[in-house]
Design a protein around this ligand. Structure first.
Ligand code: FAD
Length: 556
C-alpha cells in the first residue's frame, strides 16, 4: 500500500522526516478561506507563493507531488480520492484547534483514511508539555519563565552543566535600551519577488478583497526554504548583535530595528525552530561576549570587541580592518560584517523561540476552545477605525498601524504595548482584535495569534499571566521616540491634547478594579489609584470618555 503525505500550507519544510516515508506528496491550495476576511494582500501572496514554490522544490528533490487548487479542503480531497478511492493519507497534526479531526472527517467522508502523526514543526511535543505540567502545575495556569527554564534544562540549550550559561536564566533587563538618534539598524535582507511570486500576487489582488498595501512594493519575505535559510544567516551575522539590547525599543521610520523577521518563515514551515535556535547558540559559542558586552551603536566599541579575545577571529570579520574606522558609514559599515554576540542577544532570541513560541503553542492547545472567546473583563467595544485606516494623530498608533498596513508586520513591542495595549485600555472586544491581527499580519495563524492577542494582549483570561499588559503613555515614551513628535502631550492625563493612553489607562484600572486589585500583582498601581481625589477622577473620566468618542468617530 502506498502512503501519501498531505502537507498543509504551514508545513512546507522539504527536509521533514515524514517525507522520507512517503510515496507521494499532496498539497491542496484551498483558497476559499480568504473570502471570509479581508486578509492583507502580502499575507495571501506569501502563503500561496510559498506553497507553489514548495511544490516545485519538492519535485526538484525527486518527490511525486500532486498539487491541487480548490475552493475548500473538501473539494480538494474529493478530487484527490476520485481516482484513488482507498488511499491512506498521512498528515502531521495541525496546531489549530480541532483541525486534525475536521480533516479526518473530510477524508473519511470521501472514502479515504487519514492518519494523524506528530507535528515535527515544533521544538517540543505535547508529551514534553505534559511531563512538565504533571510536575509543576495543578490549577491550569501557566508561566512562560518556568516552562522556558524547564526546556533549557531538558534540551541543554545555553546550558553550562546544570546551570544556565552566564549564571542567569534571563537577561531581560539587558533588553530594554533605546538606540541613540543616529543609530542606523542594519538593513534586513529582502528577497525580491520572482516571477512566481509576482504572478501569485496578481491573482491574489484580482481574486480577493484584501486589506493594506496591495502593491508588491515592500514585499521582501522569504518564500522558499533556501531564502529562509539565507534570512536566518543574515540575521545571525548582522542583526543578532543588536537584537538583545534594542529588543523592546520603538523608533519612528524604523519598523524592523534588529528583529529577526523570521516568524513568517518559521510559521510556514520553511525554517525549523531548532535551526534558528541552533544557529544563534552556535553564533554565541563562536562570537559570544558577556551581556551588554558589545555596543552596536559604537564603532569604537565594536573594534574593541573584535580585538578582544572574546571577539571573532579570522577574516570573516572586519576586526582590525581599516574599513571600520574610515569611510562614511561609521558604525553601519562595521556592522555590515559579523560582530560579537552578547549573551543578552543570544539568550533573548532563544527565549522567544524556545520559550515563548513553544509555550504559546501548548497554552493554546490546553486552553482551547474557551480561549478563542475568553473575555474576563467583558470588553465589548468595536475596534476604532484607526486600526483599519491608520488615520490618527497619535504617533505611536499611526506608526504601528502604518507598519501593519504596509508590511503585514509590526514588531513585538508595537504589537503588545501599542496595538493591543491601546485596544485593552480602550475596551475593545478581544475577539475582534484577534480577527484584526489574524487578517493583518503575515505571520498570523490561529494557534499563535489567539494566545498572544486574547490571553497576553487583552487579558481575556489569566491562563498565562496574572496581570494585564496595560500601561499609560509613559511606557511608550520611555521605549520610543514617538512622543517627541506627537501632538498629544504624554506628560498630561486630562484635558484636550493630553495623551489618550493616560486617561484610558487610569479609567481602565478603575473600571476593572474588582478583578485587577484582587490579582495581588497590581498593588503599586492601585496605590496610585487610591491617591487620586474625586476631582481628579472626574477629569480622568471626562477625558477617557472624550478619547473613546473621538476614537470611535475616527477623529483621534
Ligand atoms: P523576533 O523579535 O525576532 O523574535 C524571534 C522569534 O521568536 C519570532 O520569529 C517568533 O517565532 C518567536 N516569538 C517571539 N515572541 C513570540 C510569541 N509571543 N509567540 C510566538 N512566537 C514568538 N507571533 C506570530 O508568529 N504570529 C502572530 O500572529 C503573532 N501575533 C502576536 C500578537 C500580539 C498581540 C503579540 C503581543 C505578539 C504576537 N506574536 C505573534 C509574537 C511576536 O510578536 C512575533 O512572533 C514577532 O514579533 C515576530 O517578529 P520577528 O520574527 O521579527 O520576531
Amino acid at each position: 500500500d502506498s502512503t501519501t503525505l498531505w502537507l498543509l500550507g504551514d508545513q512546507l519544510d522539504p527536509t521533514l522526516d515524514a517525507l522520507a516515508a512517503a510515496d507521494e506528496v499532496l498539497l491542496i491550495e484551498a483558497s476559499g478561506f480568504a473570502d471570509r476576511k479581508p486578509y492583507h494582500a502580502h499575507k495571501l501572496t506569501l502563503v500561496f507563493s510559498a506553497m507553489r514554490h514548495a511544490r516545485d522544490d519538492l519535485r526538484e528533490r525527486g518527490h511525486d507531488v500532486t498539487y491541487l487548487r480548490a475552493d475548500s479542503f473538501g473539494d480538494g480531497v474529493a478530487a484527490f480520492l476520485a481516482d484513488r478511492p482507498d488511499a491512506t493519507l498521512r498528515l502531521m497534526r495541525p496546531p489549530s484547534h480541532g483541525a486534525g479531526e475536521r480533516l479526518r472527517e473530510i477524508v473519511t467522508a470521501h472514502g479515504g483514511t487519514l492518519e494523524l502523526v506528530e507535528n515535527e514543526r515544533f521544538y517540543t511535543t505535547p508529551a514534553d508539555w505534559h511531563a512538565w505540567t504533571g510536575e509543576h502545575d495543578s490549577d491550569r495556569t501557566y508561566r512562560q519563565e518556568h516552562w522556558y527554564r524547564h526546556v533549557r534544562r531538558e534540551t541543554g540549550v545555553l546550558m553550562d552543566g546544570d546551570a544556565p550559561v552566564g549564571g542567569e536564566w534571563n537577561y531581560d533587563d539587558h533588553n530594554q535600551e533605546t538606540p541613540p538618534d543616529d543609530w542606523e539598524p542594519p538593513e534586513p535582507r529582502r528577497f525580491e519577488p520572482d516571477a512566481l511570486t509576482r504572478e501569485t500576487h496578481e491573482w491574489v489582488t484580482e481574486r480577493f478583497d484584501t486589506w493594506g498595501n496591495d502593491s508588491l512594493d515592500g514585499f521582501g519575505w522569504p518564500v522558499t526554504r533556501e531564502e529562509a535559510l539565507a534570512a536566518l544567516d543574515d540575521f545571525v551575522e548582522r542583526r543578532l548583535p543588536a537584537f538583545g539590547r534594542y529588543q523592546d525599543a520603538m523608533v519612528g521610520t524604523e519598523p524592523f530595528l534588529a528583529h529577526s523577521l523570521l516568524s513568517p518563515a518559521i510559521n510556514l514551515g520553511l525554517l525549523d525552530p531548532r535551526e534558528a535556535v541552533d544557529a544563534v547558540e552556535t553564533a554565541y559559542e563562536e562570537r559570544g561576549v558577556e551581556p551588554g558586552g558589545y555596543d552596536p551603536s559604537s564603532a569604537e566599541t565594536t573594534l574593541e570587541a573584535f580585538r578582544s579575545d572574546d571577539g571573532p577571529d579570522g577574516d570573516d570579520t572586519t576586526g582590525g580592518s581599516d574599513d571600520a574606522t574610515d569611510g562614511d558609514g561609521g558604525a553601519t559599515d562595521v556592522y555590515g560584517d559579523a560582530a560579537s554576540v552578547p549573551l543578552n542577544a543570544a539568550e533573548g532570541f532563544i527565549r522567544q523561540v524556545l520559550g515563548w513560541r513553544e509555550f504559546m503553542r501548548h497554552v493554546y492547545r490546553e486552553a482551547m476552545p474557551e480561549l478563542a472567546t475568553a473575555n474576563q473583563l467583558d470588553q465589548e467595544r468595536s475596534l476604532p477605525p484607526a486600526y483599519w485606516d491608520g488615520d490618527t494623530d497619535m504617533t505611536c498608533l499611526s506608526e504601528a498601524v502604518g507598519n501593519v498596513r504596509e508590511y503585514g508586520y509590526a514588531h513585538h513591542i508595537e504589537r503588545l504595548m501599542v496595538l493591543s495595549n491601546f485596544a485593552l485600555v480602550y475596551g475593545a472586544d478581544p475577539r475582534e482584535l484577534n480577527d484584526w491581527f489574524h487578517l493583518g499580519f503575515v505571520d498570523a495563524y490561529h494557534w499563535v495569534t489567539t494566545p498572544n492577542v486574547v490571553a497576553m494582549g487583552s487579558f481575556g483570561t489569566d491562563v498565562l499571566s496574572s496581570k494585564p499588559y496595560a500601561s499609560s503613555g509613559s511606557y511608550v515614551n520611555r521605549m520610543s521616540d514617538h512622543c517627541a513628535s506627537c501632538p498629544y502631550a504624554v506628560s498630561r492625563t486630562t484635558g484636550e491634547g493630553a495623551c489618550p493612553f493616560n486617561a484610558l489607562y487610569w479609567d481602565f484600572l478603575k473600571e476593572n478594579e474588582e478583578l485587577l486589585r484582587g490579582t495581588g500583582r497590581m498593588g503599586l498601581m492601585y496605590s496610585h489609584v487610591d491617591n487620586k481625589d474625586d476631582a481628579e477622577w472626574e477629569a480622568i473620566r471626562d477625558r477617557a470618555k472624550r478619547v473613546r468618542e473621538l476614537a470611535a468617530e475616527g477623529e483621534l
